[in-house]
Design a protein around this ligand. Sequence first.
Ligand code: ADP
Length: 164
Amino acid sequence: MIKKAIYPGSFDPLTNGHLDLIKRGVAVFGGLTVAVAENVKKTPLFSVGERLEMIGTATSGLPEVTVISFEGLLTDYCRSAGINIILRGLRVVSDFEAELQSASINRQLCPELETVFMTPSDDCAYLSSSIVKELAGLSGKIEKMVPPIVYHKLKERFKNGSSL
Ligand code: ADP
């Protein structure tokens, strides 16, 4: 059976932690669909279009990566696209409870979908989109935390000290 893996998330914005996981996913599964969820409850800083563009640019050297966005249930998208593996990242212990819950719900909705967890390299273990946005808003140093395209987009968004 063909194994097709998806890496879903908000990616608001993509960080080097996400990129680390994408590369690990490609190494293990041979190819990977990075999927931006459109119906996230949190108000995003970047539009879906901007997030797709940033991920596309940051992964342009990885031909095995496909970038898409989806609306509605992840399990419905996976069924329609013939995807059978969900990749998620585990950083700190605090990720565990929510990830276990969503893996369990997704299994109830679609038993043939398997969730696989990977951990990032140590230097990405505490990196999150939220911390990067917070730092960018306070003019903190974020060059080493995000791909260059994301760095420039964040600089532009916060150039007057605010995202508005
Ligand atoms: P979501 O809102 O769905 O959690 P995120 O964009 O925050 O979306 O994260 C997508 C996935 O990437 C999640 O599985 C998350 O745990 C994982 N992730 C986020 N940051 C990192 C990181 N620094 N290292 C490894 N995995 C990460």
